[in-house]
Ligand binder design. Structure first.
Ligand code: GAR
Length: 211
C-alpha cells in the first residue's frame, strides 16, 4: 500500500499541494472540525475525518484516537501538514520513520510558532522551509529537504510567509515522492537520498512572488 494519511489543523494548503501533485492521499484527518482544508479533501472525494483534541481528557487519549483513525487506512506514510499538535513519544514511536512534517523555517533554526516574525527579528538574510521526519521533539528530526528563501528589504511576516509557503508546496510533494519511491534512508539522524542525483535543497528566486 502506498497510501498517505495527511494530518491538518487549518487551511490545508500543503495538503492541497500533495493531493494536486497526484500523490495517493487516502484520508485527511483534522484535530479541528472547522479546518478549512477538510472541505477541499471532501471535494476531491478523499475521506476527511475529525478527531477533535478537545474531546479527549488527555494528550495520550487523543493520540490513541488519532492513531486508531490513521491505522484504519493502513497508510505507508503519515504526513503532518500544518498539524498544530504536540504528539506523545508513543504516537511518534508507532509511526517512526514514516511520519513527516513540514515546518516554515530552516530547522534547527526557529522551531515552534511565529517563525517568520522570529526570522525577521533575528535579522537573518535567508529563511525557508524544511520537510523532516518527526521525532518526539517539536519541529525536530532527520531533514529530508530544505528550501532557502531570501529575506528581502521591506519584508513583513505576511509577505515572507507567502514566499516560504510557495516553496513548502514544492518541497513537500517532492519529499513524499522520494519516500514512496523508497529512496530515503536515515542513518545517524541524517537522511540520504538514493538514486538519480537530485538536490535535497532548493533556492527560491530572489524576486518577490508577483501579487
Ligand atoms: C504551514 O506554513 C506549515 O509549514 C506550518 O503551518 C502552516 C500550515 O499551512 N506548520 C507549522 O508551523 C508546524 N510547526 P497550511 O494549513 O496551509 O498547509
Amino acid at each position: 500500500m502506498d497510501g498517505i494519511v495527511v494530518l491538518i489543523s487549518g487551511r490545508g494548503s500543503n495538503m492541497r499541494s500533495i493531493v494536486d501533485a497526484g500523490l495517493p492521499v487516502v484520508a485527511v484527518v483534522s484535530n479541528r472540525a472547522d479546518a478549512a482544508g477538510l472541505e477541499y479533501a471532501r471535494s476531491r472525494g478523499i475521506p476527511a475525518e475529525i478527531v477533535e483534541h478537545r474531546a479527549y481528557a488527555s494528550r495520550e487519549a487523543f493520540d490513541d484516537a488519532l492513531a486508531a483513525a490513521i491505522e484504519r487506512y493502513a497508510p505507508r506514510l503519515v504526513a503532518m501538514a500544518g498539524f498544530m499538535r504536540i504528539l506523545t513519544p508513543s504516537f511518534v514511536g508507532r509511526f517512526s520513520d514514516r511520519l513527516m512534517n513540514v515546518h516554515p523555517s530552516l530547522l534547527p533554526a526557529f522551531p515552534g510558532l511565529h517563525t517568520h516574525e522570529a526570522a525577521l527579528a533575528a535579522g537573518v538574510k535567508v529563511h525557508g522551509a524544511t520537510v523532516h521526519f518527526a521525532t518526539p521533539a517539536l519541529d525536530h528530526g532527520p531533514i529530508v529537504v530544505q528550501a532557502a528563501v531570501p529575506v528581502l528589504p521591506g519584508d513583513d511576516a505576511g509577505r515572507l510567509a507567502d514566499r516560504v509557503l510557495a516553496q513548502e508546496h514544492v518541497i513537500y510533494p517532492r519529499a513524499i515522492r522520494w519516500f514512496l519511491a523508497g529512496r530515503l534512508a536515515i542513518s545517524g539522524g541524517v537522511v540520504h537520498l538514493a538514486g538519480a542525483r537530485e538536490a535535497q535543497y532548493l533556492f527560491a528566486p530572489a524576486e518577490p512572488v508577483p501579487e
